[in-house]
Unconditional design. Structure first.
Ligand SMILES: Cc1cc2nc3c(=O)[nH]c(=O)nc-3n(C[C@H](O)[C@H](O)[C@H](O)COP(=O)(O)OP(=O)(O)OC[C@H]3O[C@@H](n4cnc5c(N)ncnc54)[C@H](O)[C@@H]3O)c2cc1C
Ligand SMILES: Cc1cc2nc3c(=O)[nH]c(=O)nc-3n(C[C@H](O)[C@H](O)[C@H](O)COP(=O)(O)OP(=O)(O)OC[C@H]3O[C@@H](n4cnc5c(N)ncnc54)[C@H](O)[C@@H]3O)c2cc1C
Ligand code: SF4
Ligand code: SF4
Ligand code: FES
Lengths: 286, 478
């Protein structure tokens, strides 16, 4: 029997992106699409939020797809099957509102494809026609294509450099789709903040409803600290309890982008320190 | 210690009242602003016995009425005066299971010490400091005995939240022989005692020591378990005979003024949690960062405000301003804490209020506009209402702001328990005598009921709730 919070598998699926299978049966049992967990690797660790990309309640497993961007995600990538995370807290955030809307266009960019997957799956199950648009910088960085194909009725792919699918941005594909097929009933867009902002701008003239999922810096994730605040429709909202999904038209993306840069200096320092000590460790082992 | 106690054997009442109130030894301000260690160092044995001998052992002790949990104050003090510390702590623990904590953080000057008769003649007996002394003596001498437990009742109770309210209920119910499981959302227990009140006022090892005792008594502690997300109150009721809710404070209030979402503007909860729970002051040894604080403004006038201001100083702030819209007399913070903040160099800007913030090109706060205030007619709280003086605006350069103007009650349980009655501020409605809520089998106490209160009030009401739960488990009557 695995232990609670035990990593069952850690697999690299793209450069700097890993897929983790983790034993957390209580959470796997109740989580729903759109929800996330907060993990802490060890006693000195930061609490970082990660979307539950999938779960298997029968086996008590969670799937997390994580991109290495700094110290904590880099540390996570070094862990092996059998290692145990100190804490997993969840499932947090409000689940996605799932309904039979008709045609749902799902736009995923980069690591944002991971949170799109459980939503696509649930929307498909609810009877929607799923049109998926995926974007990545280059072919190697495109993740979860097979999974998304399985839950989608149509898949369109683009890369910035044209190494796979169309050359261009997800907004180009989105615009093409609307011009050719007419307005879908709903759009869900998850990816870098800048991508979500431009998806919303692309949809604005058509007034197609759009949901985005926000990723501010968090601590508790239970509505206590106020660190995850964003501006939606001119009001302050707390992503961990009011979100993470919001009406794209109402979100102040520029503010979110600025708030995400606050700890750049410290994050850089911690990352460099980790890389240096980790390199020493590997050399010592060799 | 018997020798010291003996010195006071023959003392006349006249001499007794002449003994001066013993000062608390503390770290020097210049030194303590550079560390997070506790500021007051605690009485020596000699000081404690001397201070205890100031108590004139009133026939009708008015101090007891001032204590929300009615500790038999003259009794425990008399044992200290005689050098019998073991009996003193035993007496204390009949009323208060967490004296090491209350002795440190109770607003004694408004409670027990405010009603001590000596207050009118000279200075009140230092009840809080003696309480702390006796608790520390017990812990430091490894004398902590586990309370005796009643035979197993076969009943199970779920306690949600491990703050002072939850800790108290768990202790009392475990002593009554029930199986108790305590659920805590965070990865560390103690609630505000852990993540809110800084270590320089309440060292974390003291909170841990209390929790360890609870675990040794057989209370099961489930950390990182958010009730309402991982199961609900209703699902707990399927497994447990009763559920106690002590989930405390929730989302911080902001003023709603322009620029408040600029970076560098924190709620006190976030600022304190980063430091106390996540140990950002030890970054990068600990991974959670905090900004270079620079020039800091802390908004508000309570304990939370002082804690934030003094934390900022310890993070190396160039300057720390405290901006408060009323005057010093209306400040809800404890006098002792205001004095310490002042000694450490906090600059008080009383009768001031922020009106807007502006930021630099990266969106980090760089300037705040303030307005001067004057006190007008009393408002519904009975305090004189602060009113802005027109045209008195001016700006202060700041790099960091901490907003410490209060919290709404934690929303998670009310949002996921539709049939529990909540008040207009989102607080759970519960009877303070029995802890009963509108939902059968569900009890509540502490900040989730009272809004922001005090440790001892949370504990007092929690104790009532524990009796309420006991009765309900026995009779099944609601
Ligand atoms: C609700 C939610 C769901 C998320 N889901 C995923 C996911 O499924 N996969 C994934 O790879 N990433 C996800 N993220 C982002 C992930 O939490 C961050 O990449 C991670 O915290 C970075 O930590 P680090 O120490 O490695 O990097 P850091 O060095 O700390 O930061 C690198 C960058 O990550 C961002 N960041 C830092 N701390 C946090 C934080 N506590 N919360 C959010 N962002 C932060 C900062 O903008 C920074 O620029 C999610 C974020 C949120 C809020
Ligand atoms: C910075 C600060 C300084 C203070 N200074 C003083 C002082 O000097 N003297 C004084 O008397 N009082 C002081 N107070 C007030 C005092 O700390 C509180 O009144 C007291 O802690 C309330 O206790 P509680 O048990 O009701 O709640 P809390 O201490 O808030 O504990 C609630 C616990 O429940 C947990 N929780 C919440 N939701 C859930 C959930 N859904 N599932 C599981 N767990 C959950 C929380 O994580 C938390 O640990 C201060 C408060 C602060 C913030
Ligand atoms: S618990 Fe608080 S109020 Fe009561 S005697 Fe102790 S310090 Fe005073
Ligand atoms: S009122 Fe003061 S002097 Fe009298 S018993 Fe209480 S502590 Fe002692
Ligand atoms: S993360 Fe603390 S309130 Fe959302």
């Amino acid at each position: 029997m695995p232990q609670n919070n035990e990593i069952l598998e850690n697999m690299r699926i793209a450069p700097e992106v890993n897929r983790y299978r983790i034993y957390a049966p209580d959470i796997a049992n109740v989580r729903r699409a759109g929800q996330f967990v907060i993990i802490r690797i060890d006693d000195h660790g930061e609490r970082i939020p990660l979307t539950i990309a999938d779960a298997d309640p029968d086996r008590g497993e969670l799937i997390l797809i994580v991109q290495e961007v700094g110290k904590t995600t880099a540390h996570l990538a070094t862990l092996k099957a059998g290692d145990q995370l100190k804490d997993i807290i969840g499932p947090l955030g409000s689940p996605t509102h799932i309904n039979n809307f008709g045609t749902v266009v799902i736009v995923g960019g980069g690591i944002g494809i991971a949170p799109c997957y459980p939503i696509a799956k649930a929307m498909k199950k609810a009877g929607n026609h799923i049109v998926t648009i995926l974007g990545a910088r280059t072919k190697d960085l495109l993740i979860m294509e097979d999974e998304m194909r399985k839950t989608s009725d149509e898949v369109n792919i683009c890369t910035d450099d044209g190494s796979y699918g169309a050359k261009g941005l997800v907004t180009d594909l989105l615009k093409n789709y609307i011009e050719e097929q007419g307005n879908p009933d709903l759009c869900v867009a998850i990816g870098p903040v800048i991508m979500m902002k431009f998806v919303v701008e692309t949809l604005r003239p058509y007034q197609i409803p759009v949901i985005v999922s926000l990723n501010p810096i968090m601590i508790d994730g239970t509505g206590m600290c106020g660190g995850c605040r964003v501006e939606v429709g001119g009001e302050t909202k707390f992503v961990c309890v009011d979100g993470p999904e919001f009406d794209g038209y109402a979100v102040n993306f520029d503010l979110l982008m600025r708030r995400l840069t606050l700890y750049r200096k410290q994050e850089h320092e911690a990352y460099e320190l980790f890389k240096r000590s980790h390199r020493c460790q590997i050399e010592a082992e060799l | 210690m018997q020798e010291i106690a003996a010195k006071f054997k023959e003392i006349t009442p006249k001499e007794r009242v002449k003994i001066p109130r013993q000062p608390m030894p503390q770290q020097h301000p210049d030194k303590r602003v550079k560390n997070f260690d506790e500021v007051p160092l605690g009485y020596t044995v000699e000081q404690a016995i001397t201070e205890a001998n100031r108590c004139i052992q009133c026939k009708k002790p008015s101090c007891i009425d001032g204590c929300p949990v009615h500790i038999n104050i003259p009794e425990f003090i008399e044992f200290i005066a005689k050098g019998n510390f073991q009996r003193a702590i035993e007496s204390m623990k009949k009323y208060n299971m967490l004296p090491a904590i209350c002795g440190r953080v109770c607003p004694q000057e408004e409670q027990c010490e405010a009603t001590c008769v000596l207050k009118h003649r000279s200075e009140p007996v230092a009840i809080g400091r003696l309480e702390r002394f006796i608790a520390d003596w017990e812990r430091d001498h490894g004398k902590i005995a586990l309370p005796s437990l009643a035979p197993p009742s076969g009943k199970k109770v779920a306690v949600v939240g491990s703050g002072p309210a939850g800790l108290t209920v768990a202790t009392d119910l475990r002593r009554s022989g029930h199986e108790v499981t305590m659920f805590e959302a965070f990865h560390a227990p103690g609630g505000v005692l852990f993540y809110g009140i800084p270590g320089f006022r309440l060292p974390k090892r003291i909170v841990w020591a209390e929790v360890k005792i609870l675990q040794k008594m057989g209370v099961e502690l489930k950390l990182s378990h958010v009730v309402g997300k991982l199961g609900t109150v209703d699902s707990l009721l399927e497994e447990y005979g009763a559920v106690f809710i002590g989930t405390g404070a929730g989302l911080p209030y902001f003023m709603g003024i322009p620029g408040e979402n600029l970076t560098g503007i924190y709620s006190a909860n976030e600022f304190l949690t980063r430091n106390n729970l996540m140990r950002a002051f030890e970054f990068p040894t600990y991974d959670t960062p905090i900004v270079d604080v620079g020039r800091v403004a802390v908004i508000g006038g309570g304990n939370v405000t002082m804690d934030s201001a003094r934390t900022a100083l310890r993070l190396g702030a160039e300057k720390v301003y405290n901006i408060y819209r009323r005057s010093r007399v209306e400040m809800p913070a404890r006098d002792e804490e205001i004095e310490r903040a002042e000694e450490e160099g906090v600059i008080f800007k009383l009768l001031h209020n922020p009106v807007r913030y502006s930021g630099d090109e990266n969106g980090r706060v760089k300037e705040m506009e303030c307005i001067r205030m004057e006190l007008g007619e009393p408002d519904e709280s009975g305090r004189r209402r602060p009113v802005p003086i027109k045209g008195s605006e001016f700006t202060i350069d700041v790099d960091t702001v901490v907003v410490a103007i209060g919290n709404s009650p934690n929303p998670l349980i009310p949002r996921t328990t539709p049939d529990i009655k909540v008040g207009s501020h989102g607080n759970i409605e519960a009877d303070t005598e029995t802890g009963k809520t509108s939902k059968k089998g569900v009890f509540a106490a502490g900040d989730i009921v009272l809004g922001a209160a005090t440790v001892i009030l949370a504990m007092g009401h929690a104790r009532n709730a524990a009796s309420g739960i006991n009765e309900y488990l026995q009779t099944g009557k609601w």
